[in-house]
Design a protein around this ligand. Structure first.
Ligand code: PLP
Length: 422
């Protein structure tokens, strides 16, 4: 029976039962963590061989990777990721260890110098605003906030950002300079941006002539099922609709090899690449090509990456299955939450009764379960309805995921029963 349909006496006995369960949970003295989307040690072990690579130090063209130079990164590694991301080799560069850093650099270049198609630096505009589909990635929002860029939220749907709402916003407002999209297995909703939504975003008229789609494809290859969903072909769509410089694409091997010692990629039109490399050349004499060669020798080719991702899937899919099982078994009949069953990525998005997300996180903390702060998936950490919780099950071993999810379910039930009792 749905909790909302219970009589007040049924509700109070239900609350009592859940509080007893919660007290038992606290007494167990658990210490579990479902906060950040990090790979587990077993996933990192899949790439252990990298620690004994590269063999030798010459790229295919004879370049000595130990030396300076090669701003665009090792060509053979760019070829592999161009193939995987569906772009041309001259549309992609390989950089340092973090795509977030590349996103930061891109924004800073836009602010200081203007984008490749800007009339002036963004910092000379009265105001710069960005569209942020929500729920979204907290670090995207923090990054904008730190640079003084205002955020306008739009809903994230299961097909990607709400393109109609975005088109309406951008058509008359030149201060809206860009937007975020995590197109494949979005953080945290798991949504996959369809080719139709991507086409709408690349073709829509924008008042800003230099509007940018920050296409952060962090989870492009992170499938949780055997179906390897292909990302929308954003660069071709943009070129075909007459806005070739609109998308800037980011990706990395952070959750493929080592989070912290992987390789980040930046892709865009050839002009966008020339613009980015032009600025990059002032702050770097070249990337860590030894790491590029190491990754090249490890993967060998695009299929090497695909095979490697299947090994990740074998490790993490059972954890995601546990999240689904526990949520369905414990919460299904009570109608107090909805959640997604992602086909890839690193997160499960849990929506609880409005006004209870912070309480759930607080209860969980009291029972030794660390959850991402409620509201983290919204700009300024402010979820207007206090209903959204991001679950990240990849890092703990599967038994801990089960224990943590049992605890989360109890906390959701306590918070819901408290809410209905008031
Ligand atoms: N983009 C998204 C959507 C992420 O979820 C993350 C990490 O959680 C990153 C980027 C970070 O990427 P990197 O490690 O390449 O900086």
């Amino acid at each position: 029976m749905a909790l909302s349909e219970k009589s007040s006496s049924e509700l109070s006995s239900f609350l009592q039962t859940q509080r007893t369960a919660y007290d038992e949970l606290v007494a167990q003295g658990l210490k579990l963590d479902l906060t950040r989307g990090k790979p587990s040690a077993a996933q990192l072990d899949l790439s252990e061989e990298l620690l004994s690579l590269p063999h030798g130090h010459a790229a295919a063209d004879g370049t000595d990777v130990r030396n300076y130079g090669g701003l665009k990164g090792l060509t053979e590694l760019r070829e592999i990721f161009a193939d995987l991301l569906g772009v041309e080799v001259d549309q992609i560069i390989a950089g340092g260890n973090s795509s977030l850093t590349v996103m930061y650099d891109t924004l800073v270049q836009c602010l200081l110098h203007g984008a490749v198609d800007s009339e002036r630096p963004w910092s000379q505009e009265d105001k710069v605003r960005f569209i942020c589909p929500v729920p979204g990635y907290d670090r995207h929002f923090v990054l904008l906030e730190s640079l003084g860029i205002e955020m306008i939220t739009v809903p994230m749907t299961q097909d990607g950002p709400d393109a109609a709402a975005i088109a309406e916003l951008v058509k008359d407002d030149p201060s809206i300079k860009g937007m975020w999209v995590v197109p494949t297995y979005a953080n945290p909703s798991g949504a996959v941006c369809t080719q139709e939504v991507a086409a709408a975003l690349t073709s829509m008229p924008t008042a800003a002539p230099d509007f940018k789609i920050f296409w952060d494809n962090a989870y492009a290859f992170h499938h949780l099922t055997e179906e390897e969903t292909k990302s929308a072909d954003i660069l071709s769509l943009a070129a075909a609709s007459g806005h070739p410089h609109r998308p800037v694409v980011f990706a990395s091997t952070s959750k493929i090899t080592f989070a912290g010692a992987g390789v980040a990629f930046f892709a865009g039109s050839s002009e966008t690449i020339a613009w980015f490399v032009g600025h990059l050349g002032k702050r770097s004499i070249g990337p860590d090509k030894i790491n590029h060669l190491r990754h090249l020798q490890f993967f060998k080719n695009a299929d090497g990456v695909r095979e490697h991702m299947a090994k990740h899937r074998a490790i993490i899919a059972p954890k995601f299955a546990e999240v689904q099982r526990v949520l369905t078994e414990r919460l299904g009949e009570h109608d107090v939450a909805t959640w997604n069953d992602p086909a890839g990525g690193y997160f499960v998005n849990l929506d609880v009764i409005d006004g209870t997300a912070s309480r759930v996180v607080e209860l969980a903390k009291g029972a030794g379960i660390a959850l991402t702060p409620a509201g983290a998936s919204y700009p300024h950490g402010d979820d207007p309805v206090d209903g959204n919780i991001r679950l990240a099950p990849t890092m703990p071993p599967v038994e801990e995921v089960t224990a943590a999810m049992e605890a989360v379910a109890t906390c959701v039930l306590v918070a819901a029963a408290e809410k209905y009792s008031n």
